[in-house]
Write a protein that binds this ligand. Structure first.
Ligand code: ATP
Ligand code: PYR
Ligand code: K
Ligand code: MG
Length: 492
């Protein structure tokens, strides 16, 4: 943690800091002049990409001198210079200290972005974290991606972290016999089955990973694929085969999640007993620990217990490791136990894709607002994920509604925004990232200038008497700053 952040809130972890930075070697950059400050400082690429933006949240607005000083001190200041990564350095050179973006950007890496040059283009475009989703691809495939990201960091001065996302044991489809997707039409009958199909597989058949599937479903149930992107009605059960009629057509993607609804309620039968971390997930976690990933995101978290268990496991397996555990909020259970899960985790993700299949879609925005706000109050980083720029999988420009959605997440002060299909298999990954970046920077500027960011009351966090005094001094300093400059985040 940087000194300035300790100065701002001595008893708190910085509000924007994800706890771990990717390992990389430190290459010294030449001395440069920073336009806003006229100060000559040495910039070194570093692991502090998450730190510097934290500070911009706490800066008084409308005073570049104070702002610059705040940022300078909030960066990791080594004996010989300030540590920033290559992207921040470019931003600083171009626009000065006030330009530094605080909203971090996460890109899911898939076939569209796994090449070294493609990864480099994303890093140049502002990717702070590369996410690998263990639902897809082999461990060897993921290992190659990790190795390329590390090489980018080492050779080119980036500070891109790696997040590994577990598959989880929720019910999902198998692959599509090698096909990238399968189109369904209204009224078509498809068979969902736990049987293994030979090749070539019969037409319109889908494997399901959960043995109890045929027993759990009832004729008349609604089957939602991929958070409701495609819908079926169960029409018949024949042994292990479940025949379904397509009611909302769309594209089926490999490994897509399946959710059952009956009479307007989510069905959780025996699948509710499946462990949050499956045996395959544990092997993936061992892989992640061995590869030294920076974050492990746990899918379909139901309670704090699983987070505590995983944290103990990591501590025992990787002594001294700082792998951060992110709880993915994508189930009804996670919403019921929100506070205890967030408290136990190092950060949370609003995983709106699957969440939208477990609660009515119209409740997703309020769930997002609640999770983001609670994370802010509990001082945990929070990621808003899924369908931020869904149309950009196919088109080079976003819809106005998507831009408004991204803006709202930034205005709520989400710490990070995540691309999924847009960067994993879309046609315009770099353009989608550029939209996230420009919208983030614009909204941050807007709230600084118009002083319109979300007000926030934080609970007292000083546990010791000395902590409470320090906290009070900081709050008072922030209030003085606020009256002088009009806008200071009292929170940090
Ligand atoms: N490593 C990969 N290999 C192949 N395709 C991938 C890979 N990662 C992602 N994809 C594709 O991108 C799509 C969106 O990725 P995303 O990570 O959101 O997956 P998902 O299946 O929706 O699961 P989750 O709920 O965990 O996000 C996937 O459905 C898949 O088609
Ligand atoms: C990211 C994720 O897992 C979801 O939105 O479902
Ligand atoms: K996943
Ligand atoms: Mg999910």
């Amino acid at each position: 943690m940087s000194q300035s952040l300790q100065f701002i809130t001595p008893s708190r972890a910085p509000y924007f800091t994800l706890p771990k930075f990717p390992r990389r070697s430190c290459t010294r950059f030449p001395v440069i002049n920073l336009p806003n400050t006229k100060r000559s400082i040495t910039i070194t690429p570093s692991l502090s990409s998450f730190l510097h933006a934290t500070s911009s949240r706490s800066l008084p607005s409308g005073n570049s001198q104070t702002g610059a000083a705040g940022v300078v001190s909030a960066l990791s200041v080594g004996a010989t210079g300030i540590e920033v990564d290559a992207v921040t350095e470019a931003e600083l050179k171009e626009n000065g200290f006030r330009s530094t973006r605080r909203t971090k950007l996460i890109c899911t890496i898939g076939p569209a972005t796994c090449g070294f040059e493609q990864l480099e283009a994303l890093a140049v475009g502002g990717m702070n974290v590369a996410r690998i989703n263990m639902c897809h691809g082999s461990r060897e495939w993921h290992q190659t991606v990790i190795e390329r990201v590390r090489r980018l960091n080492d050779e080119k001065g980036f500070a891109v972290a790696i997040m590994m996302d577990t598959e989880g044991s929720e019910i999902h489809m198998g692959d599509l016999g090698g096909a990238a997707s399968a189109k369904t039409e209204d009224g078509e009958i498809w068979t969902f089955s736990v049987r293994a199909f030979g090749t070539p597989r019969p037409e319109r058949t889908i494997n399901v990973n959960y043995d109890g599937f045929a027993e759990d479903v009832k004729v008349g149930d609604e089957l939602l694929v991929d958070g409701g992107m495609v819908r079926f009605e169960v029409t018949e059960k024949i042994g292990p085969d479940v025949k379904c009629r397509c009611t909302d057509p769309g594209l089926l993607l490999p490994q897509a999640n399946l959710t059952l609804w009956r009479n307007g309620s989510l069905v959780s039968e025996r699948n509710a007993m499946l462990p949050t971390i499956s045996s395959k997930d544990w092997l993936d976690i061992d892989f992640g620990i061995a590869e030294g990933v920076d974050f492990i995101a746990i899918s379909f978290v139901k309670s704090a217990e699983v987070i505590n268990h995983l944290k103990s496991y990591i501590a025992a397996r990787a002594c001294g490791s700082e792998i951060a555990v992110i709880a993915k909020m994508e189930s009804v259970d996670s919403l019921k136990n929100l506070e205890e899960i967030i408290q136990a985790s190092d950060g949370a993700m609003v995983a709106r894709g699957d969440l939208g299949a477990q609660i009515p879609l119209e409740q997703v925005p309020s769930a997002q607002q609640k999770i983001v706000q609670l994370c802010r109050q509990l001082n945990k980083p929070v990621i808003v994920a899924s369908q931020l720029l869904e149309s950009m999988i196919e088109y080079p420009t976003p819809t106005r509604a998507e831009v408004a959605d991204v803006s709202e997440a930034v205005r709520q002060r989400a710490d990070a925004l995540m691309l999924s299909g847009e960067s994993a298999m879309g046609q315009y990954p770099e353009k989608a990232l550029a939209v996230l970046r420009s919208v983030s920077v614009r909204i941050e500027k807007w709230w600084r200038e118009e002083k319109c960011h979300e007000a926030m009351e934080l609970p007292d966090v000083g546990t010791l008497f000395a902590d409470s005094i320090s906290e009070e001094i900081c709050n008072s300093a922030a209030k003085i700053g606020k009256s002088a400059f009009g806008s200071v985040s009292l929170s940090h």
